[in-house]
Design a protein around this ligand. Sequence first.
Ligand code: 1HN
Length: 319
Amino acid sequence: MSVTPQDFAAAANMQELYDLLARCNVQNGWNKPEPSLWPLPTIDFKPAAWSYAQARAALDAAGRFVNTELAERRNLILANPTVAGNLYPSVKTLVAAYQMVKAGEQARSHRHTANALRLVLETGENAFTIVDGLKIPMEPGDVLLTPNWSWHGHSNEATSNAYWMDFLDVPMIHLNGPMFFEHHPEKVEPASEISADSPNRFSFAQTRERLAGAAEVAPGVRRIELGAPALRTIGLHVYRLEAGARLHVGKSTLSAIWAPMQGRGEASFDGVAFAFARGDAIAAPLGFAQNWRAEEETYLLRVSDEPFLTKNEWLREIP
Ligand code: 1HN
C-alpha cells in the first residue's frame, strides 16, 4: 500500500516516520550507521608486488594447458590481495596482467571501451600487436597503446614465446558502467602493413633518448611523460634513476602500478619494502608515501589514473 501525505502528517514519533520512509525506499540521511562523507580518503587497497620470474613460470605452465581456443587471452590478472574477496583490480582504478603468446600463435582480435596498454618484456623478432589493421612491432621495453574501442589482437610470428604486461582502466568502467565489447568478425583482424613508427608505439630506444635529454626532478632522477597521443584515463610516465638514486613520492590520491623496464632496487611504502627487478609489477595504491632506491641504472614505468583525477580536480596530497 502506498504511503500518502496524510500518513506522514499522522506520524506520531520518529520511529513511525522511519517506518513510513522504509516503505518508500527512502533512508533518513542523518542517522545512518556509516557516514557517506568523511574527512580523508579511506585506505583499502594496499601496496603489493608481483615477480616476473614467478609470472613467467606460471604463464609457461598455462601454455601447457591453455590454448588460444580456450583462452581469448592467456593472461594472469594481478588482483590486489589485501581487499577481502578482491578478484580483479590491482589498485582501485586500474588492473594489470601478465600475458604470453606462444611462438607461432595468434590471440584473436577484439575491441572494448576499456583503454589498454602493454609493456613488452620478452619477444623474438616479428612479434606484433595488431591495432586497427596495422602490425605494430613488439620489442622489449616498448609501450604500446590500444585506446578505447580500437581493434586489437596479437600475432607472434617469432620462433620464441612473447611475454608482456597489460594495463587497463577496467575497474573504472566496472564502477561507471560504460562497458562494451566485441569480437572481430574475422577472429584475427587481417593486417599486412607493419607500422614501426605508429603513434601508438613508444619504443624503448625513443624513451631512453628522451630521458637522456630530460631535466632532473630530484638528484639522479629524470622523468618524462609518454604521449601524445595519450589515453584519456591513464597517465604514462617513465622515470630514470641513476645507480644509487632515490625518489620520494608523497602521499596522494593517485593510484598507480609501477613496472621496472630495466634495473633493480627497492620500493618502500610507509616501511613495507619490496625488492624489484625488471618486469616486476608494484601496486602503489592511494594513500601511501613511497621511497624508491635504484641499485643500478633503473627505468620505471608508472601507469596511473592521473588524467582521470586531474580532469575532475581530485588529484590531491593527503596529509
Ligand atoms: C585484454 O583484452 C587484453 O587484449 C589483455 O590483450 C589483458 C586483462 C583484462 C581484461 C581484458 C588484450 C586484459 C584484457
